[in-house]
Design a protein around this ligand. Structure first.
Ligand code: SF4
Length: 96
């Protein structure tokens, strides 16, 4: 992965999406990564656990992809990660 130095916010840094070439899901049925209501995402997650670019995929999907399994995580799990990050990066107000 090639990272470009930037003084901009992290989400504006140009990123190399070459990791997609190694995506294990490209060799499988894409529909399992978008399970219908009532269907399990377990088969998709199992594939992700064996994918060598899972970390890159998850980082890419956080805040971008609102549906489906990316990086082994459901949309709800990714939303929870973002919420936790926000909680940990919020500067507490000064006690008065
Ligand atoms: S982690 Fe999962 S969704 Fe992401 S590229 Fe790999 S197989 Fe595909």
């Amino acid at each position: 992965m090639r990272l470009v130095a930037s003084s901009y916010a992290p989400d504006t840094v140009e990123r190399d999406h070459g990791w997609r070439e190694y995506a294990l899901c490209a060799e499988t049925d894409p529909e399992i990564f978008y399970p219908a209501d009532g269907m399990t995402a377990a088969p998709a997650r199992a594939i992700c656990m064996g994918c060598e670019v899972r970390a890159e995929c998850l980082q890419y999907a956080l805040g971008r992809e609102k549906e489906g399994v990316w990086g082994g995580m459901s949309a709800g799990q990714r939303k929870a990660i973002l919420a936790a990050r926000t909680r940990h990066t919020t500067i507490p107000k000064e006690a008065s």
